[in-house]
Ligand binder design. Sequence first.
Ligand code: ADP
Length: 763
Amino acid sequence: MGFRRSLALLVAGTLVPLLVFSVVAVHQYSRQRNAAAEHALLDAARVQVVALDKHFEATIAALRVLGTSEHLDAGDLRAFYRQCRRAIETREEWRTISLFDVSGRRLLITSESFGSSLPGPPQAMAEPFRRLVETAAPNVSDLFQSPVSHRHGVSVGVPIARGAGVRWVISAGMSADALGKLVASQRALPDSTVTLLDRRYRIVASSHGHQALGEFAPPRFVKIAAGTPEGISREPTPDGTSARTAFSRSAVFGWTASIAVPVSGGIVERPVQAILGVGVVLLLIGLAIAGWAGRRISRPIEALALAAKQIGRGETVQPVPSGITEVAALSAALVGASQDRARSEADLAQASERLRILHEIDRGIIAAETPVAIAEATVGRVRELMGVPRVILNLFDLEAGQAEWLAAAGRRRLHVGPGVRYPLALMGDVDALRRGELQAIDVDALPRSREAEALLASGVHAYVVVPMLAGGELIGALSFGDATGLFSPEQVSIAREVAAQMAIAIAQAQLHERIQRQAAELEQRVQERTRELEAANQELDAFSYSISHDLRAPLRAMQGFTEALLEDYGGRLDAAGKDYAQRVVAASRRMDLLIQDLLAYSRLSRTELPLETVSVETVVDEVCAQMATELKSRGAEIGVDRPLARVMAHRAVFGQVLTNLLSNAVKFVGPTTAPRIRIRTDVRGDWVRLWVEDNGIGIPPEHQERIFRVFERLHGVEQYPGTGIGLAIVQRGIARLGGRVGVESAPAEGSRFWVELKSAETR
Ligand code: ADP
């Protein structure tokens, strides 16, 4: 919601309840005032009735006094006429006095001369007259039109009795005017209209003059008034103005007095209307002021919101002019914030450029770039960041007492690579540099030299040398200079950072170079050794093959001749001779076995071994069949966890491997133990591991590696016969098939030999 609407709501929210309260209060007050006014009105009506009653009673009393006249008794009507004329003089409101006999004949009337012919009582009066005579009670007539004067009037008739009955009736005729005066003489309420009505509710007199004389009161008023002796009518007056009318009826004469005051006469609604009017005007004024004030506040606030957005976008902000203190303060704060932001952004930009340069150097280090390449990529940007005319990265040749440019950035030119050399003296105190201290050089104070001249010519009068140290060793320096030599801590700090990082880069590059050189040397040496080794191996293989091969012939001769000796000359040999001969036979057999094994072993490395898919299960079954006699003689029990996997192998070599493992498994058992062997495979990804597990004597962990070498045995031949080549064949054979071998064992807990070959299923 807008500020102006809020303010308008505030104003309305404050004023409207106030207005409602005022209206209710005034309405309440008005009602009370109305009630009081109506009460006063009713009182005034009562007063009128009382005054009317008194007037009529006074008239009656006066007529009664006249009735006591002796002229009447004496029958001297002329004298009585005169008496009546005199009486009329005394009472203004009396128009005529008449005397009637009980039959209704008019005996005299003061308005006519005595003795003239007289009209009877008006027709309308016949009935009242008869009742008057009958009841002998005085009577006030309703309004009637005089048959004599044709004017409206009323008459008060009083019966005059003599002895037991009524003899005459004296009546006083009163003009409506006279009653009007009576009404007027009563002090009524201001603006009120007093009306006298006869018993038939005809208007007899009105304080407002004659207009309505003789007319009947409005029927609605009559309806109300007929029902109750007194009360208030809120009916509008016949002329349409709304009014309150209080009325009271005389209990004696049946006449009604009414007093009407117009409602708009000022005592009822006006205050409420006034208050409402004033309230609405005040509300409008309040809303207008709220609108104006809202506009005055909301405009600068909108401007402030815009300024805040600008700050968000990183723009600079202008002050918002306003007479409102808070807005002015906020505006100043925003301007300050925008300036702060601009400053921080500049700082940030500088810091990130610093970081970028350092990162560039790091990247160079990681990518193993040369120091020259790293320096080339960064030195120009370092110069710009520092805001100096000249930045140089130097490498020191301490032995030669010289410094050499790695890279140099000037305003216009970038020099990269070695070649520019100059005396180390230009770098200041080398020992101080070694301690990591900065050197500030004043070019003007330097002894005259080609370099000093060149510096002065390029406008550099002072420069700072920042050492580059790697592992405590001084390897170079970063120097920067300008005409003044006044540098900010910020500039010095950038130079220090860059120098430190460059030192690492240079040291790293030197290290890298050295390692590469050494690696190349090493590689060459390894290749040479391998070649030598291969040659020696081949020689050895050829030698052992030929030896083995050549040895078998004399061995067989030895064996054959000794056997022949035993057969042909056995009878001539004594027991010892026979024993010797048999030992010779046994030894040569064993030697033949050894030679065969060695031949098999050396053959393994000499022949091509093409791989094919081999079913382990089939090979196991074949080997078991071949060894059936041996296994049976040893009471061995062999369990195969079928099915077994298929591997990539050379069938004959794999069969040899399995034979060697099985014969070891049945051989290396305790003297009283029946060998129990389990053969299984498990698939490990692309590989199949074949396990040959026995319940034999086991192998101590420290020997588990060496038993795979040639001639390595853990027992004497007497205890466990063998050549010590079986596992070497297993090892070399499996290696030639591209696999691995191993054993898991502990003494007296059996051994689990395994060979691992490529699975045939992955192909
Ligand atoms: P050989 O069986 O001819 O002695 P091998 O190369 O087959 O030669 O075995 C080397 C040595 O490893 C054996 O002498 C023996 O000490 C040990 N060895 C081999 N297989 C087993 C086995 N299943 N249980 C215990 N020791 C074994």
